[in-house]
Ligand binder design. Structure first.
Ligand code: R7I
Ligand code: MG
Ligand code: MG
Length: 349
């Protein structure tokens, strides 16, 4: 489809759900043989599977809260979003939430809370979480706001409800930017896509709080930019092994070790790869490749799925995959409402 088409919106939201559901199988595994990944994916094609047998996890549960909040409030409302996170957690606490964020979600349930950002600030001795929980649920922000500066501003605030460390929320900003650009068709020119991300993140990471967090955590200055430069080097190589990707970009639960990785998965899979079946299209390649990295597979596949889905559109998503994943059909429906909100805003309405 064209720029910011309905197909791309559906692709982004459904792609994220698929990544979460399909990736859940391998979360925490230490690198998964491609053979095992392909077996898992082909098992989805067998019609013995019932509807929605693969359950979504916290990644999708929280993204659904983001969607509902953005739609209901026709924009970002931190009180409303915080309430929805807390409510969702209390109704279904067993979705595999990070061990730290549970504290935040419990505190957010309290009615006496005067500052909804405070529980997140109290995490990890006052530094805040650098986990990828802000980034895993951020795609809807890119689908609600056509304006790049809004995407940056609100994705940051939305992440800060649980992740007050810049290494957490800036990962969310990076992921939101990637979905935003992909929606515009920017992945047609992968080199320029990456250059745009670098230019944006150079600015985003050029602030005192980010510099302070990087110093305190003994990271280099502008850590996300550094990973994007590494990614550029990896893309220039004719052959890259899974081990090298894990070593250079990571596959862990920190935003810094997973958001750049997810973006790399999408870029790497834009073209056919020897290790992947010929019959696979780009979205299927991206999914398979994300799972083969092991580590935080549901989240990496979820984030890669959002970016790839925004690029390829809903048409390329296998019907059998959609059927197996809880919440996929619903995501396709709500994507329409986000599409309407986005275009209403784009026309200044
Ligand atoms: O970031 P978060 O919401 O977790 C998301 C992950 C995804 O993979 C989901 O699929 C789900 O499985 O969990 O939750 P947090 O608890 O904020 O962060 C996740 C983990 O990162 C924490 O449990 C810690 O192990 C680690 N972590 C930190 N460790 C030390 N110091 C995050 N921040 C810190 C820190 O500052
Ligand atoms: Mg999860
Ligand atoms: Mg995860």
């Amino acid at each position: 489809g064209g720029m910011a088409s309905l197909s791309r919106f559906k692709g982004a939201l459904v792609g994220a759900v698929l990544g979460d559901c399909v990736g859940g199988e391998f979360e925490g595994a230490e690198e998964v043989p491609m053979e095992t990944v392909l077996l898992h994916l082909s098992s989805l094609e067998e019609d013995t599977k019932g509807d929605g047998t693969l359950e979504y996890s916290d990644d999708t549960a929280m993204a659904r809260c983001v969607v509902q909040s953005l739609l209901t409030r026709a924009g970002f409302d931190e009180q409303d979003m915080a309430r929805r996170f807390a409510k969702e957690y209390s109704l279904a606490p067993g979705r595999g939430y990070g061990s730290g964020v549970i504290q935040v979600l419990k505190k957010l349930s309290s009615s006496q809370l005067s500052d909804v950002y405070q529980p997140a600030r109290d995490q990890f001795n006052g530094r805040g979480s650098f986990g990828n929980g802000g980034a895993m649920r951020v795609a809807p922000f890119a689908l609600a706001f056509p304006d790049l500066s809004d995407v940056k501003k609100y994705s940051r605030s939305g992440a800060m409800l649980t992740h007050s460390c810049s290494l957490g929320y800036n990962g969310a900003v990076l992921q939101a930017l990637a979905v935003h650009l992909s929606l515009q068709g920017a992945l047609e020119l992968p080199t320029q896509f990456l250059e745009k991300l670098i230019a944006e993140m150079e600015e985003v990471e050029d602030e005192e709080a980010a510099r302070g967090d990087a110093r305190a955590l003994k990271e280099v200055e502008k850590p996300f930019c550094e990973r994007l430069y590494r990614m550029r080097d990896l893309m220039d190589r004719s052959k890259v092994s899974i081990e090298e990707v894990i070593c250079e970009l990571g596959n862990g639960v920190a935003a810094l070790h997973s958001v750049p990785t997810a973006i790399f998965c999408v870029l790497h899979c834009l073209q056919p790869r020897e290790s992947l079946p010929q019959r696979y299209g780009g979205l299927e390649r991206t999914m398979a490749y994300s799972l083969a990295l092991g580590g935080d597979t549901d989240t990496i596949a979820c984030m890669a799925g959002a970016i790839a889905g925004a690029h390829y559109g809903i048409e390329v998503i296998p019907e059998a995959w959609m059927k197996c994943c809880e919440g996929a059909k619903e995501a396709e429906v709500t994507a329409q409402r986000l599409h309407a909100l986005y275009h209403q805003r784009a026309q200044g309405g």
